[in-house]
Ligand binder design. Structure first.
Ligand code: GLY
Length: 568
């Protein structure tokens, strides 16, 4: 036991903790070797999807073609987490010219959407309307995103890259435990549409492990996309089939909504942390801004020199502050002015840092600006690096497990429930207990704010491509993953490390059981944190790393999931 009085110990830790600003490393642009690593790596949530990417690389495709193949295969073999009825974000880096861009394939609100569409006459949210009904579905962006990525950045025809997914949908694949668990969770939702009942259930029950899941209608929908591109999906006979099907389920889509859908390329947000260049998703994804702001706050502390409780406390205080800003400022930049430059500025972070006390948690209610674990987060992430150094960090989603669980007749397409990512009423928590205000209010054609954080960390000696599903937990996972990588941990260690989380509201520090010892929990409570132990682990992080000096590449899939990282 230390002979020092606790206050004296705290004073000692203060001395080492605050890093004088002048001593902080100036941002240095990092140099990613132009020639690439000479090996490729893919980490995704299921082996058959990683294999699809490998097959396309073997056919001469680049990382962008492989990303189309992995994403399309995930739509088939991990239908709980993404699909043709969903959307997401592809963060790319092209090696030939260093282009960094984000393809925003997030859903758009239908034209009939309105600010109060999920409220009853008394102004209260109607339970389930924004999550379990066909009205919960935004206009999907994945099909347009696949077509855009293949056409603008790929080397192979879209039809080639969709080939493995079409085969998996038509021939089927054996049911595995993680997917079977999700199907049990969603069984009652499947029973609402004959198509989902037919595809996912046998005699009204989830089939046994190893049963072959075939999706012939989904194969046909993928073939239409393969043959006719985005226009084949968003216009003409297939669009009419989608609209008629959605409306028959009580939804509000029109053919005009589908024709209006557009993919947007946006500049990623860029930051620096201890000599690494951080490239991450920009709004309407909130994770990149949160990640960079949190790293800016944390760069002012010497995290290597403090005990674990103080380190955890400081990281939690950074997480609290960036999630507060998410609730106040972030939304679709095509509709609201999001002060991104300010939020990722180091001076702004210095102000936030100054409000952090080392001996005490800041109650969220004491931070200015805004007046609540998740019911089974879905979403999926994958990371791809090809031998030439092209890279993709992709986070795609239907929102909750299998979206609303409703399947559009005759298409094999599950409807997302992404509209729940809007703020249905200021201050009312969504399915992830996230709160929001005007910036994320519902408007026709607007994109709901996402927590997605597909990220590239280009460090001084090596690079990491990472991201994870997990709804509101995502930015915090990527913050921790980045800190671990910068501390020298390898891909598997980054993916597997225990996690903790704070999202401003509810004002609780959530943690996986193995993240904190009983003593550490007591010490954090003594600083004023309210702790909540997770009943299960969260996230499904997919990590690819590249060491510039040795050209060693690693691909690691989160041990919490069923995925695999491949290197070849
Ligand atoms: N639907 C979860 C997210 O994008 O944040």
């Amino acid at each position: 036991m230390s002979p020092l009085h606790p206050l004296a110990r705290l004073r000692a830790s203060l001395v080492v903790l605050f890093l004088p600003l002048a001593l902080q490393a100036a941002p240095v642009p990092t140099k990613i070797p132009a020639a690439g690593p000479g090996h490729a790596a893919i980490a995704s949530a299921y082996p058959l999807a990683s294999d699809a990417g490998k097959e396309i690389l073997a056919k001469g495709g680049n990382a962008f073609d492989a990303a189309v193949a992995v994403a399309a295969a995930l739509a088939v073999v991990e239908p709980s987490s993404s699909g043709l009825g969903g959307g997401g974000f592809f963060l790319l880096r092209r090696s030939s010219d260093g282009l960094e861009t984000m393809i925003d394939l997030r859903e758009m609100a239908p034209g009939a959407a309105s600010r109060d569409m999920y409220l009853d006459r008394d102004g209260n949210p109607v339970p389930g309307l924004s999550r379990d009904s066909a009205l919960a579905a935004g206009i999907p962006g994945e099909p347009a995103g696949f077509a855009h990525l293949a056409k603008k950045y790929g080397k192979l025809p879209l039809a080639t890259s969709l080939g493995p997914a079409i085969r998996l949908a038509r021939e089927g694949f054996p049911l595995y435990p993680r997917l079977r668990g999700g199907m049990e969770f969603k069984k009652n939702a499947f029973l609402k549409t004959p198509d989902a009942t037919r595809v996912f259930l046998v005699d009204g029950e989830v089939p046994a492990l190893g049963a072959i899941i075939r999706q012939p209608e989904l194969a046909a929908s993928l073939e239409i996309l393969a043959k006719s591109g985005a226009d084949g999906f968003y216009k003409g006979a297939f669009a009419k089939k989608l609209v008629d099907g959605v409306r028959s389920l009580g939804g509000n889509w029109t053919e005009q909504d589908l024709a209006n859908y557009k993919v947007v390329e946006r500049a990623p947000v860029i930051g620096h942390y201890r000599g690494a260049r951080i490239i991450s998703a920009s709004p309407p994804a909130s994770g990149g801004v949160a990640l960079i702001d949190a790293l800016n706050i944390l760069e002012g502390f010497d995290l290597d020199k403090v005990d674990k409780v103080t380190r955890t406390h400081v990281i939690v205080e950074a997480m609290r502050r960036v999630h507060r800003d998410r609730a106040v400022y972030l939304g679709d930049p095509d509709f609201v002015d999001v002060p991104v430059a300010r939020l990722i500025n180091e001076y702004y972070a210095a102000g936030q840092r100054a409000s952090i006390r080392l001996d005490k948690a800041t109650p969220s209610a004491m931070l200015p600006g805004v007046d609540a674990p998740s019911p089974g987060p879905s979403t999926t992430h994958f990371s791809v690096l090809d031998a030439k150094g092209n890279m993709v960090a992709a986070t795609i989603t239907l929102n909750f497990f299998f979206g609303s669980g409703l399947m559009v007749p005759g298409t094999g397409i599950l409807l997302n429930n992404q509209m729940d990512d809007f703020s249905v009423k200021p201050g009312v928590p969504n399915g992830f207990q996230l709160i929001g205000g005007d910036a994320n209010a519902i408007l026709p054609k607007k994109r709901p704010l996402s927590s997605s954080t597909p990220t590239i960390v280009a460090g001084p000696k090596g690079l990491m491509i990472l991201g994870s599903p997990g709804g509101s937990y995502i930015p915090g996972m990527v913050i921790l993953g980045t800190l671990h990588f910068m501390d020298g941990r390898n891909a598997q260690e980054v993916a597997g490390a225990p996690r903790f989380h704070h999202q401003f509201s509810p004002d609780v520090l959530q943690f996986e059981s193995d993240a904190l010892t009983p003593e550490e929990r007591k010490a954090l409570e003594a600083r004023g944190h309210t702790l909540r132990e997770g009943t299960r682990k969260w996230g499904n992080m997919q990590v690819v790393t590249w060491d510039y000096a040795t050209n060693k590449v690693e691909a690691a899939s989160d041990p919490r999931g069923a995925g695999v990282g491949l290197v070849y």
